[in-house]
Design a protein around this ligand. Structure first.
Ligand code: 2IT
Length: 448
């Protein structure tokens, strides 16, 4: 129950209306938890239907994507783009290709993206899209035909100043390339309409590293400011061996952490002396997964074929980098019992609401993905700037800017939480700081 009754009514409306969208309802509830503190200090936030407008996407596009597989059979998937909020800039956010994709997941991701993008300080609105197409068991030619068919409809709704998609789960450089190529053909214009592009056609250096590196830069600030320590000799566990997890592993290792456990879709491996980071990174890069090969090469290593069991491995710091819904209350309690004192989200919403509330009331420093994984979209924003200026920055230049942005995001979250009498509640800080910029813009732009 919130102290503010309007928020109670709003939450119960959201729960009724979107009962079949559990991920979206979780994202809204987590956000309203913070709004309860804000409206006490700034009741005008409840005027002009700002919260009611914020939780409804400005536009949802849904379309048929027919394509022909390698056997000549016609297949059909659904394509989506949720254009959530454009108050502070063009819609910006990734595309997810996975069997699980549905509107609940894309709406939760688009909603969170709005505040994440606001926190970066760059002019980007929030959006998310994708398809229930699974690229993992498809040939390159099938993926290309699918992407071309997708773009034959999608090109009408995007543009460098309208909506700039990028990658997410199941959507990497290959998919960006095919989509970008088809867009260029249809519109007859080269523009920075996608980010995460290859370096040869306008991509930014350090974009592949950005989310994982940014997560570690953010975590460094948490360690320094909230825990008066650093990464050196801290035991870290990381879930997920995709782009985010493997780059977080690389940077955490570089900063002196001992990565004692890591998972992929097939299970996890653990070694209290530290895993071989270089080997994992090269396996993960080649195949997107590593545990089976790692166990074969290191027969004595502790492992299980249940990825979620990773959270039973004793650690100081946990970095969930796989996907939503990885850590529940039981996992959170186990982490605490084993001595974990910090959880930094690299994925979007990997911890459920009960787990987050447990961390915040049991002395575990927690950062929400919308703050600590913002490095990816931040470098996407830098890619848009480079494209607009028709120039390219060096890796070092981009990395330095990324670090600066992550530091600024941390201090916004930290200072905001403190000013609301909730020190170290970085989720509250992220929600309020991310919201206020969007709020100001929406107020200035009138009711639209
Ligand atoms: O969740 C995310 O922030 C992303 N998938 C990156 C989005 C982007 O536009 O780079």
């Amino acid at each position: 129950m919130y102290r503010n009754n309007e928020l109670n009514v709003l939450l119960s409306d959201v729960k009724n209306k979107y009962a079949n969208e559990p991920e979206f309802v979780q994202a809204v509830e987590e956000f309203l938890d913070s709004m309860d503190f804000l409206v006490e200090k700034k009741p005008e936030v409840l005027q002009n239907g700002i919260l009611e407008r914020l939780i409804v996407p400005e536009r949802i596009i849904q379309f048929r994507v027919p394509w022909v597989d390698d056997k000549g059979k016609v297949r059909v998937n659904t394509g989506y783009r949720v254009q959530f909020n454009s108050a502070i800039g063009p819609y910006k956010g990734g595309m997810r290709f996975d069997k699980s994709v549905n509107l609940s997941i894309l709406k939760f991701l688009g909603f969170e993206q709005t505040f994440k993008n606001s926190l970066t300080g760059l002019p980007m609105g929030g959006g998310k899209g994708g398809s229930d197409f699974d690229p993992r068991d498809k040939s390159d030619a099938e993926v290309m035909r699918f992407c071309q068919s997708f773009m034959n409809e999608f090109y009408r709704y995007i543009g460098p100043n309208t909506d700039v998609p990028a990658g997410d789960l199941g959507f990497g450089a290959r998919e960006v390339g095919y989509m970008f190529g088809q867009y260029k053909k249809l519109v007859n214009e080269w523009s920075g309409v996608f980010t995460g592009k290859g370096i040869s056609y306008g991509g930014s250096l350090a974009r592949p590293e950005a989310t994982g590196y940014g997560l570690c830069y953010f975590a460094e600030e948490m360690l320094k400011t909230c825990c008066k320590t650093d990464f050196k000799n801290k035991k870290v566990i990381i879930s997920g061996s995709g782009k985010v997890g493997s780059m977080a592993l690389k940077k955490a290792h570089e900063l002196g952490a001992i990565v004692v456990g890591m998972s992929d879709i097939n299970g996890y491996v653990a070694d209290e002396k530290g895993l071989d980071a270089e080997e994992i990174i090269s396996l993960a890069k080649a195949k997107g997964e590593f545990t089976k090969d790692y166990v074969a090469k290191h027969p004595g290593v502790k492992h299980s074929n249940c990825s979620r069991d990773l959270w039973n491995v004793p650690c100081d710091i946990a970095m969930p980098c796989a996907t939503q819904g990885e850590i529940n209350l039981e996992n959170a309690k186990q982490l605490k019992a084993n001595g974990c004192f910090m959880v930094a989200e690299g994925a979007n919403m990997p911890c459920d609401l009960e787990a987050i509330r447990f961390f915040n009331t049991n002395g575990i420093i927690f950062s929400p993905g919308k703050a600590s994984n913002a490095g990816g979209v931040a470098v996407s924003g830098l890619e848009m700037s480079q494209n607009a200026m028709h120039l390219s920055w060096t890796f070092e230049e981009v990395d330095a800017k990324l670090k600066e942005i992550m530091k600024k995001i941390f201090s916004q979250c930290y200072e905001t939480a403190k000013s609301f009498g909730q020190p170290n509640n970085l989720a509250l800080g992220a929600n309020i700081a991310g919201f206020l910029k969007v709020y100001d813009a929406m107020m200035a732009e009138g009711i639209c």
